[in-house]
Design a protein around this ligand. Structure first.
Ligand code: GLA
Length: 743
């Protein structure tokens, strides 16, 4: 059956019994339905044998129009011959893989009833339900049950119009005794050509560091057990043709939309199977289903592309289509953290707001230090009432001032945390996570408030709702600064990360409902909670506590690989980066920050008039190009010299583009060479120019090569294949190239 607008043919029923040497491990006659889904250059071919969960026969490039016969051949051709197979049947790798179907890798469902029913074999009950949603999403729902293990599953699979695929399951225990789950993982197969893996690691102030390795036999598994997506999050797990880049090489990528403990892995077996999989990482006994109880897994997201840029485009199209995707321009933000840290006062912050407004900021975010007795990071988390010492007249005078300057007001909160020195901890020590009767280690001198306790949840919700009712707060920067390791739910000490993560989602949803229009930024010690689970309710991530532009080049490059730039906070910091001690010209700081949701995190009351004027030019430039920057198609060039990075955005209609050329270090060659500008319409003609908002490129009269003086007009194909002569750049400097279609 073909779904979706580009779909051509209806149900295919092919009888596989006629194919020599290929059988499925059941006595029943086999009549697989094949579902053929297509969207924006991605094809998905699902085989649904009479009683099997879906088997992916193809996930990758669009296969074009296919006849029933073509699809039948695909099913046959895709089956691995089993000359040396341990089983007398062909492998059936369902998206929830089962040992009972000859899968010899990690099982999809791990669990048991005190040791029994640990190897479920689901039989589908009735045909798959297929539908096409109003937005063009093609949905397949398959219901299955294991009558022996007393488990039911509802598997949902969606192919979104931009080509993003996602899958999740809901499991129900229909037995009388409790079923304890250790894992529920989904997998998607990738072909043998996917010989190289790319995933990410990182740490505080150094998030999303790529790592590559061959797709070797065995399991490459990445686990996060710190109760949040992780500063070292796997982010995207990609398998591709060796050497795949942004613009070349086929690549398949998965991402788990989940903000708690998780696992993502690439598994290669001796029978030739290669899969990418992911699921929640559950601690022992953490997920126990009593009779009739269900659990739903996080979505596993997946995208295929030729080059990483195509994978990214699919993720971006999905995020931009979400109902809560911002519909108004992203307000340029002034954040107080690196400007004043804990040194808050009305006088200081109104002066900062004045300076921010003068350079064009549109939102003022009061960071940590405004509540309880908070004067440093040892105290008061959990007491979400305005500090009477710091703000004797409450926040209203500051908010009035901010509003008077035409800016929105936003506030930092860390609702999942508690300081031992807090009224909350003194009143309710039992709400603090504690496994085995011990409270666990401190981290940043704070503990985690277990939102799995209804009382703890209600306490935080009520305090935050009161704040939102008292003040006009348009925005919350929602932080999460420490690990949830050893996180036991009192009094028994059962593992509590899962319940806590779901409660944190619920709390965000409730606050958004309580204050319509409220926007939430996901921050976790910087970029420790960047995932499509939390982004079902947030509209911005704080990509990193490091705003050194040199580091930010990499952090943003890879954060943008998942999230549209307008969803990623990118700030201009002070001349000397607080986290690295490096100094950078404002041109590099500004040019690096304009690409995302622009902000400023710098004590502007100490900036010189020249700096303020230049900063104002960067803000104005960003605002003038904000639609293009935030709605355009993200492109990256595979530049041969690693010291030179080229990235940009191309307007959806192809009429305009903006690129950045950055010299991260000193190029190996003496001549600057050429830069290729990918992603333009090859047949249209463009005029290239070099905008120089407030940069020393302009002041020093450097950066003049013949084409920048006279401008150049040529085709998108020439710009992509031949490129433009590069402007000589000092290390750790950038310049822009603007392209406009010439009609
Ligand atoms: C975390 C955040 C910072 C800042 C501090 C405040 O580290 O990432 O941006 O908000 O907390 O304590």
């Amino acid at each position: 059956m073909c779904l979706g607008a580009s779909a051509g043919r209806a149900v295919l029923a092919a009888r596989c019994g006629s194919v020599p040497n290929v059988e499925v491990p059941y006595d029943d006659p086999v009549t697989p339905d094949v579902l053929y889904l297509r969207a924006s250059g991605t094809s998905l071919v699902l085989e649904l044998a009479d009683d099997l969960l879906p088997v992916v026969r193809h996930w990758g490039s669009d296969l074009g129009d296919l006849t029933d016969e073509d699809l039948a051949a695909l099913g046959t051709a895709a089956r691995v011959a089993f000359f040396d197979s341990p089983f007398d049947v062909a492998d059936q790798v369902t998206v929830l893989p089962e040992h009972a179907r000859a899968w010899i890798g990690r099982p999809g469902v791990e669990g048991s009833r005190e040791g029994r029913d640990w190897s479920p074999a689901f039989r589908t009950s009735g045909p798959a339900t297929t539908s096409t949603e109003p937005d063009g999403t093609q949905r397949v729902v398959v219901r299955g049950a294991d009558a022996t293990a007393y488990l039911e599953v509802v598997l949902e699979l969606e192919l979104h119009p931009g080509g993003l695929l996602r899958v999740r399951s809901t499991l129900t225990n229909t037995g009388h005794d409790t079923y304890t789950l250790g894992a529920v993982r989904h997998v998607l197969p990738v072909p043998e050509v996917a010989g190289e893996l790319l995933d990410f690691t990182g740490r505080h102030t150094y998030e999303r560091v790529p790592q590559r390795q061959p797709f070797s036999a065995g399991v490459h598994s990445r686990e996060v057990r710190t109760g949040r997506t992780g500063l070292d999050a796997v982010h995207l797990l990609c398998a591709g043709e060796p050497g795949f880049g942004f613009r070349h090489g086929q690549v398949w990528a998965v991402h788990l939309g989940w903000s708690g403990n998780q696992q993502a892995y690439a598994e290669r077996l001796h029978n030739g199977a290669r899969v990418l999989g992911a699921g929640e990482a559950l601690e022992h006994g953490e997920l126990r289903l009593a009779h009739g109880e269900s659990c739903t897994t996080p979505w596993l997201y997946a995208a295929h592309g030729t080059g990483l840029d195509e994978v990214t485009a699919r993720f971006h199209a999905f995020s931009r289509s979400r109902p809560h995707a911002p519909s108004r321009p992203r307000p340029v933000t002034l954040n107080t953290w690196e400007a004043v840290y804990f040194d808050q006062s009305l006088e200081r912050l109104t002066a900062l707001a004045d300076a921010g407004a003068a350079v064009g900021t549109e939102r003022f975010v009061l960071d940590d230090g405004w509540f309880g007795g908070r004067c440093d990071d040892t105290t008061s988390l959990g007491d979400w009432t305005v500090s009477p010492d710091v703000w004797p007249d409450g926040l209203q005078p500051l908010i009035d001032h901010v509003h008077g300057l035409g800016m929105e007001f936003g506030l930092w909160v860390e609702p999942e945390m508690v300081s031992i020195d807090s009224d909350l901890a003194r009143a309710h020590p039992e709400w603090i996570f504690a496994a085995g009767g011990r409270r666990g280690l401190e981290s940043r001198q704070q503990h985690v408030l277990d939102l799995g306790h209804p009382g703890a949840y209600a306490h935080v919700r009520d305090q935050l709702v009161r704040l939102l009712q008292t003040y006009d707060i348009a925005y919350l920067k929602w932080d999460h600064n420490r690990y949830l390791n050893d996180a036991g739910h009192t009094p028994g000490g059962e593992a509590g990360v899962r319940a806590h993560t779901l409660a944190a989602y619920r709390l965000m949803d409730e606050l958004i409902a309580a204050r319509p229009g409220l926007e939430i930024e996901s921050c976790a010690g910087g970029g420790g909670r960047v995932d499509l689970g939390v982004m079902e309710r947030c509209v911005r991530v704080w990509a990193s506590d490091c705003i050194d532009p040199l580091e930010r080049q990499q952090i943003q490059r890879w954060t943008f690989a998942l999230l549209p730039p307008g969803w990623v906070g990118t700030h201009v910091g002070s001349p000397r980066a607080h986290t690295t001690g490096r100094r950078h010209d404002l041109s590099f700081r500004g040019e690096t920050a304009i690409w995302g949701h622009l902000g400023i995190e710098w004590d502007l009351t100490r900036a010189t008039p020249e700096e303020l004027a230049e900063l104002g030019e960067w803000v104005a430039f960003h605002k003038a190009h904000r639609d293009l920057l935030h709605e355009g198609v993200v492109v990256n060039a595979d530049h041969p010299d690693e010291a030179v990075w080229v990235h940009g955005v191309v307007a959806v209609d192809g009429a305009e583009a903006l690129y950045s050329v950055t010299s991260l270090g000193r190029p190996v060659t003496t001549g600057p060479g050429r830069v290729r500008l990918p992603g333009l319409d090859p047949t249209r003609r463009y005029r290239a120019s070099v905008p120089t908002p407030g940069t020393e490129l302009r002041r020093e009269g450097r950066g003049v090569v013949p084409w920048t003086r006279e401008g150049v007009v040529t085709t998108g194909r020439v710009l992509a294949e031949v490129g433009l002569p590069m402007i000589p750049l000092l290390p750790e400097h950038s310049h822009l190239i603007h392209l406009e279609e010439v009609r």
